[in-house]
Write a protein that binds this ligand. Structure first.
Ligand SMILES: *[C@@H]1O[C@H](CO)[C@@H](O)[C@H](O)[C@H]1NC(C)=O
Ligand SMILES: *[C@@H]1O[C@H](CO)[C@@H](O)[C@H](O)[C@H]1NC(C)=O
Ligand SMILES: *[C@@H]1O[C@H](CO)[C@@H](O)[C@H](O)[C@H]1NC(C)=O
Ligand SMILES: *[C@@H]1O[C@H](CO)[C@@H](O)[C@H](O)[C@H]1NC(C)=O
Ligand SMILES: *[C@@H]1O[C@H](CO)[C@@H](O)[C@H](O)[C@H]1NC(C)=O
Ligand code: FES
Length: 545
C-alpha cells in the first residue's frame, strides 16, 4: 500500500515530484507509527474522576538496591555523527554532553579520532586547525602538532637542542575512546586512562536492521535542535501529538465517525512494561518501543503474515511473493549537547516499498516535521525549567495513557538522575535566552552545513538558478539584437520563453530559501495540504481507485 502511493506519485508531472515525494516518503515512514486500529469513542466523562496518575497508568520499576542505582551519564557511548557526513580533509567540531570535541581523520592510524577541542598550549580550539602534511592535527594558533594518541610531536618554538618540552604530559591533548558501528561514529565521554580499551569490552547499542541488506539503507539525518535532550525524547515518545503538531504534513485517513475533531486525535493504549536504570520497553497498539539510555529510542512496527500477534496492514491484495513480514523501524538517537540544546540523529529502515528517495529529498520532509513543533517545544522547555527540573510531575497534568511513555521517562529521570542530565561541573542549569524565530528555525546551520547531501544539493540548485537566469537574460539580448528581422510571433515566443525561465528561477530561489535556510511555521493557518489526497492511498488501497 505504501508502494502504491509512491508509485502513484511517480506518475505526476515532473514539477510536482519533489514536494510530493518528500511528504509521501516522510509520511510513509513516520505516519504509520501513529496509525492505530482502535475505534473507541471519545468519552470525556471518563476524565472527570482521574487524578494525575489514573488507574492503569502504573509504571513498573525493576529496582535494584537504592543508592548505588544512579545513572552515570559519563560511562556510556554517545553517537557523534554519521560517518557519511564527516569530512576527512578538515577537523570537525562537535559538542556532546557539554564536552567540546574535535573529530578528525587520522590517516596514519586509518581511524577517526575524537579529541578534546582544546590545545594544551593556550587553549585555542583545535577544530579551527588543520591536518598537516604528515597527517597530524595542527593547532593553527602557534603550530603545535599532535599525533593520534594525543602526543605533542612538534613545538616549533622549542629550540632543537633544548629540553624535549613536548614530551611533557602537559603537552598532550585528551583523547576519547571511539568506535564505528551502524555507520555512525560513537565516542566515550571519558578520556581517563582506564577507559582506553573500553571499545573491546562494551559496545554501543547495536541495531541489526541497519546492517541487514534486506532493508533499504536508511537516509540517516542529523539536526541540531534548540531545545534540550529531555524535551526532545519526550516528544519522540509521544505519538498523540502527531495529528496536531504535524497537522497537514503527517496525516492519513481514519474512520471519520470515530473522531472528536478535524485533526483526528484519539485514545491510545500505551503500556510501559519494564523500566530500570537502563531504560524501558513499551507496548503500543501499532507496535512496540524501546528506550535504551541514554540516547537510543526506537519504535518497531511489524505487519504481515508471519507474526500472528502483529497488527495487520492491508496487504491482502498484494501478490503472494510479497507476503513476508514487513518491518519498519523508527530509530532516534537523542544527543544531549548543553542545557537547551540537543542533536537528533534519525534513521528509518524498512524492508518493503519500492524506492528510497535521494537523501536530501528525504531530509526536506524530515526537517519540515522537526520545524513544525520546534517552537512549541522550545517554549515548553522554558516553562518546565522555571518550575525546576524535578518538579515536572507537579506542574503538568497527564491523565491519559497516551502519555505513558513520557511519564515513564520523567519518572526514570527523577529517580535515577535527579530530574536532569548530569552535565558534570559544566553548566549552571540556566537555559539560553530565546533568540528570534529566524535563528531558532535556522535550517542552514542546524542541518545543511553539516549534511554532506544537502550541502551538495544546495550547491547544485544554486547553480541551476543562476543558469536559468543566464538563459533568460541571453534570450532577451538575442531578441533585442535581432528585433528588426524577426516576425511578431517569433518575438512573442522569445519574450515568453525569457519570462518563463525567469519565473522558474524566481520560484527556485524561493524553494531554496524555504528548504535550506528558513521557513516560518504557522499552525493556526496551516491547512491540510492538497497532498494529503495521496495519503488516502497510503493506508486504504480500496479507496484509491
Ligand atoms: C462514558 O464513560 C462513563 C463512565 O466510564 C459511562 O457511564 C458512559 O456511559 C460513557 N459514555 C459513552 C458515550 O460511552
Ligand atoms: C559543522 O559545521 C560547523 C560550522 O558551523 C563546523 O565548524 C563543523 O566542523 C561542522 N561539523 C562537521 C562534522 O561537519
Ligand atoms: C604518538 O607519539 C607517541 C610518542 O612518540 C608514540 O608513543 C605513539 O605511538 C604515537 N601514536 C601514534 C598513533 O602514532
Ligand atoms: C617530541 O618532539 C620530538 C622532535 O620533534 C619527537 O621526535 C618526539 O617524538 C616528541 N615526543 C613525543 C613524546 O611525542
Ligand atoms: C511536588 O509534589 C510532591 C508530591 O506530590 C511534593 O512532595 C512536593 O513538595 C511538590 N513540590 C513542589 C515544589 O510543589
Ligand atoms: S594555542 Fe595551540 S599552539 Fe598555541
Amino acid at each position: 500500500m505504501v508502494s502504491m502511493a509512491v508509485v502513484s506519485v511517480l506518475q505526476l508531472p515532473t514539477g510536482l515530484h519533489d514536494r510530493v515525494f518528500i511528504f509521501v516518503t516522510t509520511v510513509c515512514l513516520l505516519a504509520l507509527r501513529y496509525r492505530t486500529r482502535s475505534k473507541h469513542k471519545f468519552n470525556s466523562s471518563s476524565f472527570s474522576k482521574v487524578s494525575t496518575e489514573p488507574e492503569g497508568l502504573t509504571i513498573p520499576y525493576v529496582d535494584n538496591e537504592g543508592e548505588t542505582d544512579k545513572f552515570d551519564w559519563h560511562s556510556h557511548w554517545y553517537p557523534v555523527m554519521a560517518l557519511c557526513d564527516l569530512d576527512k580533509k578538515v577537523p570537525n567540531a562537535k559538542k556532546i554532553l557539554g564536552i567540546d570535541v574535535v573529530v578528525w581523520w587520522d590517516r596514519n592510524e586509518k581511524k577517526w579520532q575524537v579529541f578534546e577541542d582544546k590545545c594544551p598550549h593556550r587553549l585555542a580550539p583545535l577544530s579551527e586547525g588543520r591536518i598537516d602534511q604528515w597527517g597530524r592535527l595542527q593547532c593553527v594558533y602557534h603550530g603545535w602538532c599532535f599525533n593520534g594518541s594525543g602526543d605533542c610531536k612538534v613545538i616549533p618554538q622549542a629550540p632543537p637542542d633544548g629540553p624535549p618540552v613536548n614530551a611533557s604530559k602537559k603537552a598532550c591533548v585528551a583523547v576519547y575512546p571511539t568506535i564505528e558501528q551502524n555507520q555512525i561514529l560513537w565516542f566515550w565521554p571519558n578520556s581517563a586512562y582506564q577507559y582506553n580499551d573500553i571499545a573491546a569490552n562494551e559496545k554501543p547499542p547495536y541495531i541489526p536492521e541497519l546492517d541487514d541488506p534486506s532493508y533499504y539503507p536508511p537516509t540517516i539525518s542529523t539536526r541540531d535542535i534548540p531545545y534540550g535532550y529531555e524535551v526532545l525524547i519526550e516528544n519522540l515518545m509521544d505519538p498523540s501529538h502527531v495529528p496536531y503538531a504535524h497537522y497537514g504534513i503527517m496525516t492519513w485517513p481514519s474512520d471519520e465517525s470515530s473522531l472528536a475533531d478535524r485533526e483526528g486525535g484519539r485514545p491510545m493504549e500505551i503500556t510501559v512494561q519494564t523500566l530500570d536504570t537502563n531504560g524501558f520497553f513499551a507496548k503500543e497498539e501499532a507496535g512496540y518501543s524501546k528506550f535504551s539510555l541514554p540516547c537510543l529510542f526506537y519504535f518497531v512496527r511489524e505487519f504481515g503474515p508471519s507474526n500472528g500477534s502483529a497488527p495487520s496492514g492491508s496487504i491482502k491484495e498484494e501478490p503472494l511473493e510479497n507476503l513476508r513480514q514487513r518491518r519498519m523501524l523508527l530509530i532516534f538517537m537523542c544527543v544531549p549537547v548543553s542545557p537547551g540544546n540537543s542533536r537528533l540523529i534519525s534513521l528509518f529502515p524498512v524492508n518493503y516499498g519500492p524506492i528510497v528517495p535521494p537523501r536530501w529529498v528525504a531530509h526536506l520532509g524530515q526537517n519540515l516535521v522537526i520545524d513544525s513543533d520546534l517552537y512549541l517545544l522550545h517554549m515548553q522547555e522554558h516553562k518546565i525549567n522555571n518550575a525546576g527540573p524535578s518538579n515536572w510531575q507537579n506542574v503538568t497534568f497527564v491523565p491519559t495513557k497516551a502519555d505513558a511513555m513520557v511519564i515513564a521517562f520523567r519518572k526514570w529521570l527523577r529517580k535515577y538522575s535527579g530530574g536532569q542530565v548530569d552535565w558534570g561541573t559544566k553548566f549552571s542549569g540556566y537555559l539560553p535566552p530565546t533568540p528570534p524565530k529566524e535563528q531558532l528555525l535556522d535550517r542552514y546551520r542546524s542541518h545543511v552545513l553539516n549534511c554532506s547531501s544537502c550541502r551538495k544539493a544546495l550547491k547544485g540548485l544554486k547553480a541551476l538558478q543562476v543558469t536559468l537566469q543566464v538563459i533568460s537574460a541571453s534570450i532577451v539580448i538575442a531578441a533585442a539584437m535581432k528585433q528588426d528581422v524577426m516576425s511578431m510571433a517569433a518575438k512573442v515566443v522569445m519574450v515568453s520563453a525569457a519570462m518563463l525561465f525567469f519565473a522558474v528561477s524566481k520560484w527556485l530561489s524561493h524553494f531554496i530559501y524555504k528548504n535550506f535556510y528558513f521557513r516560518d511555521y504557522n499552525h493556526a493557518l496551516s491547512k491540510k495540504k492538497w497532498i494529503s489526497l495521496f495519503f488516502i492511498n497510503i493506508s486504504s488501497p480500496s479507496r484509491s481507485k
